[in-house]
Design a protein around this ligand. Structure first.
Ligand code: ADP
Length: 664
């Protein structure tokens, strides 16, 4: 293969930077990473051949500063800049600056990005190209009464969208005329605050919608092909959670209509590089060739591109580099075929049981299923920083059929072990088991409708406690003296903490090798034939004597031992307080409330001496324009408040302390 470039710079971080570096390396292209303060030791920096520091941790002072990135490319002799997704990837001024500096931008022209940058102009352009768009008003008149009239003509429900919007921001669904004015004002405010542009469009809200998008690819020689579709209907707050390719229920006729429209859209703007045409589709019945409408075009590589790679066998980053270097598209439309079915699940450091609160902190251990493609930008020992998107990995599976690929996804998630921070893994698994999703009768409202069922985690099981206790006590049946006592079985008692709850158990080791765990309200649990092999423990459990395996990882955190047990696809992190200290004075018992993220205190409801109940609202923080309420981890008396309204606080810093509980 001809090398497209000798050296490229990747203007991004995390999994996508690592993913681009891998393909570049395979093609013999040298790579330059850029990094902020927070990312000095990040995986993408370690993977690249060279790395250049470009500024402070906030993206606005590093990954969004185009000139520093261009300087870094010039300094290191990189010939091209790959923008990844997010950050500067869809910023036409950056593309112009890159080109003006004599460098190649791996992506479309700035004109193409501008043409698709605003939702209203893009819809007009697509109408001219003969692509169906969602019926609505996308004109210049922004008078509130006029827009309300338009909404009435379109027919409720309608969707108000900030024309500059992205990531689901600046969007409001309105069900009737009475709610229109307030929703309009709030969409305009959000448009202004997030994008500096209050201009909105109003469109028909498609009921039971599915989000189906088409991957397109163009070159600089007039070539344009599609690489079939992806279904991204599983969304939370308009953000994709699980994606798949091809779309369930897709027929040849509908696929021809959609991909034809997508290629026409790409041709209309002489598109070069990887792009995605997003359609909203009527999912209330079987898919129809006249029931899909253009929503927007994303002029970059998408997060979910691996499912397309899985079913087509094409490395989209390889194509991006080749096309950017002036090559023609490597394959024609007739060469492209769908092979099997693929899923991608986005694994995040966030806690679905606590309103999807972003989690930060050190990943004490990270292991993935060897049966899946796991695109990640973090390793064991890395931290999830509060500055960027808390994605840990994308878990991608591919098989001959949808059912097999979905089973593969569940199996892969069940083998994913993230230690030290909350994740959405159980939520993803619940979604992958969701009846509607499994049976292919779903739309974008699934997650919201079934949120409670999808986010109610299982309680901590006795089996997890048993494995954690055995690991904490370092009991290995292969060790000499295991369970050996003259005349009587060996006894241990142990305290563990889980989610601020104290768990006390007794372990009795019998000479037969049986271990009995008691102290729970339920019947004691017995384990037989325990084996310990590195992180893997197995035992026959309970009356059914079923063979159960677990992965157990230990990490030191201050004076505590963190014990993480992955069993039955469920991860539970327990801690063991320092057994030498008489008191249980740990943050895990809920003595302190830490800032869940870096942000500003916007409300505070407690003062020193206040007695609060578990779950009481202690205060409100704002970060990235989102408000988060801080709840009391347990009942108790407030002994210290170390913040005030208006304070900017670092994620992880202690805000409120409770009087310590003395352990019995
Ligand atoms: P953003 O640029 O903020 O991501 P999009 O226009 O891509 O906004 O829309 C995001 C999501 O919102 C879509 O995937 C879909 O779920 C929903 N959506 C957008 N337009 C409509 C519509 N007209 N009717 C129903 N749902 C819609």
């Amino acid at each position: 293969m001809k090398k497209p470039f000798s050296k490229i710079l990747i203007a991004n971080r995390g999994e996508i930077a690592c993913r681009v570096i891998r393909t570049a390396r395979r093609m013999g292209v040298a790579t330059v990473a850029v990094y902020s303060d927070a990312d000095a030791a990040a995986m993408h920096v370690a993977l690249a051949d060279e790395a250049v520091h470009i500024g402070a941790s906030p993206a606005s002072e590093s990954y969004l500063v185009g000139q520093r990135i261009i300087d870094a490319a010039l300094q290191t002799g990189a010939e091209a800049i790959h923008p990844g997704y997010g950050f500067l990837s869809e910023n036409p001024d950056f593309v112009d600056a890159v080109t003006a500096a004599g460098l190649t931008f791996v992506g479309p022209s700035s004109d193409a990005i501008r043409a698709m940058g605003l939702k209203d102009a893009a819809k007009d352009l697509m109408t001219k190209a003969g692509v169906p768009v969602v019926p609505g008003y996308q004109g210049a008149n922004q008078d509130a009464d006029f827009l309300a009239d338009q909404a009435a003509q379109i027919g409720y429900p309608v969707l108000i969208k900030a024309r500059a919007g992205g990531g689901g921001k600046g969007m409001r669904k309105v069900d009737d005329a009475a709610a229109f004015h307030e929703a309009l004002a709030s969409a305009q405010r959000e448009g202004q605050a997030s994008f500096g542009d209050p201009h909105v469009l109003v469109e028909k809200f498609i009921t039971s919608p599915r989000h189906i998008e088409v991957q397109v690819f163009g070159d600089n020689h007039g070539g344009a092909v599609h690489l079939f579709e992806r279904d991204c209907s599983l969304q939370r707050r308009h953000q994709k959670v699980i994606e798949e390719a091809p779309a369930p229920g897709m027929t040849d006729a509908v696929r021809d209509a959609m991909t034809g429209a997508a290629v026409a859209a790409a041709r209309a703007i002489s598109y070069s590089g990887a792009g995605t045409i997003e359609f909203i589709v009527d999912g209330s019945g079987p898919l129809r060739g006249d029931r899909f409408w253009f929503m927007e075009m994303n002029t970059r590589l998408q997060v979910e591109h691996p499912v397309t790679e899985a079913i087509t066998g094409v490395d989209l980053v390889e194509w991006q580099l080749l096309v950017a270097a002036g090559a023609q598209l490597p394959l024609t439309q007739d060469d492209l075929h769908i092979n099997g079915h693929a899923f991608e699940a986005r694994l995040y450091a966030e806690d679905p049981t606590k309103g999807f609160l972003p989690a930060t902190g050190k990943l004490e251990h990270l292991s993935f299923s060897p049966m899946a493609r796991n695109d990640s930008g973090v390793r064991s020992g890395d931290s999830i920083s509060p500055f960027y998107d808390p994605m840990i990995a994308k878990v991608i599976t591919h098989a001959a059929t949808r059912a097999d690929a979905l089973d593969g996804l569940l199996a892969a998630l069940a083998q994913t072990h993230v230690v030290g921070t909350a994740t959405n893994a159980e939520f993803l698994a619940a979604l992958a088991r969701h009846d509607g999703f499994v049976n292919e009768t779903f739309d974008t409202g699934v997650i919201e409708r079934d949120l409670t069922a999808l986010t109610t985690g299982e309680p901590l099981s006795e089996v997890h406690i048993a494995f954690a206790a055995i690991a904490a006590l370092n009991l290995d049946p292969a060790a000499r003296g295991f369970g050996f006592r003259l005349w009587s079985p060996a006894q241990h008692s142990l305290r563990l903490i889980y989610d601020s709850e104290l768990i006390e158990r007794q372990l009795t080791l019998h000479e037969t090798g049986t271990i009995v765990i008691s102290g729970a309200e339920t019947e004691p649990l017995s384990l037989q034939n325990l084996t310990v092999d590195g992180a893997t423990m197995t035992a026959r459990i309970g009356v059914t004597n079923a063979q159960v395996a677990a992965q157990v990882h230990l990490a030191r955190r201050n004076a505590e031992l963190l014990i993480s047990v992955l069993c039955g696809g469920v991860v539970r992190d327990l801690t063991r307080p320092d057994p030498r200290s008489g008191r249980v004075t740990t943050a895990d018992l809920g003595d302190v409330v830490v800032a869940p993220m870096t942000g500003t205190i916007v409300g505070l409801n407690v003062a020193v001496g206040d007695q609060v109940q578990e779950g009481a609202k202690l205060g409100v923080m704002e970060a990235m324009k989102m408000e988060t309420t801080m709840l009391a981890p347990r009942a108790g008396t407030v002994s210290e408040v170390s913040c005030a309204v208006g304070d900017a606080v670092e994620g992880g810093s202690v805000l409120i302390r409770f009087e310590e509980l003395a352990a019995e």
